[in-house]
Design a protein around this ligand. Sequence first.
Ligand SMILES: [Mg+2]
Length: 381
Amino acid sequence: MIDEQKYLKTWKHEGTILFADFGAKVSDKVAGFDMDSTLITTKSGLMLAKDSSDWVWWDENVPKKLSEIHENGFKIVIFSNKAGVEMGRIDPIDLQQKFTQIYESLKVPFQIICATSKDANHKPSIGMWKYFVSNCNDGIEPDKSQSFYCGDSAGRPKRKDKNKDFSYCDRQFAMNLGVQFYTPEMYFQELEEILPPLEFDTNTLKSLEGQSPTEEEEKYTSEAQEVVVFVGAPGSGKSTFWKNYLKDYVRVNNEILKTKQKCIEAARKILKEGKSCVIDNTNPKIEARSDYISIAEEFKVPCRAFYFNTDKNICMHNNEQRSINPNRNHLSKKTPRLIINVFFKNCVVPTQSEGFTEVKVINFIPGPFESDDDKETYYTY
Ligand SMILES: [Mg+2]
């Protein structure tokens, strides 16, 4: 009989971190593992475990390999995304019982850290690792050159008998940490795998830093009064661009004003006062933009379109930042991913033939950052 009561006491719930230590000793060599479909899988064959005993080792080599790596002086730490806890789909007590059973079966010490919400602790963000370094290793900084992380979400396409990976969050997590990454096939079955390039990674984003948003460095404001219509997906960098370069222009925004009619009235009022305005909405369609062109004509001022040519993956990334990065005052709230997908489906790239005096293509450049923490959170999501 497993004495579950004994182990249940070892669990700590701090914020959105759930942590337990099954006797693991301090080490600067960390062997990090994902849990589901990496160390274990369901006995029932269901995607989600029925209860705490619905598990088997992912591969018969798992216990042996874990024992070996422990003997070699590594500290085994499981980093598991468990946002289902916050959503009410996973009972934390069930989870705790499951790990007790895993430990009883394995008899190898390990630590387990779960992220119970989709916040900065959720992989690929590195919150769980930071928690580990500050609270779970007696202040000993892990040696990243010797440590590694193994998980099944690696962005792999459909293979012979296996489905496409759900995501690449494990691979990105290892990349964000700067440690060697293995899939369970590589680590436990010693298979060679060639991983496809990631469709998005933050290193590509980093390489854009310091570049100019347009072909040539220029001034984006105009001496004369005008209307600027932004065209770009949520997360494409529109509002930040306004803040960085067009701050003297009055910003008209649907999220604040709620209706198109109110945006139109606001634009009229601004022009009447002799000021320039920016229509900081997504404006994917010609019809949505034509109203603003008409208003500019009415006031006999030029109307320019700024088209935010930002890759969809970058928009998704920026959108996520609105909920996980508390370092910055985000001008908009996080939007459902679907809204971004719909924008890309519907967007008609603006042209001068619609009546714009000029169409400027704006490329996305990361930053400026509020602090080092802001920057780190931005690139390690
Ligand atoms: Mg997994």
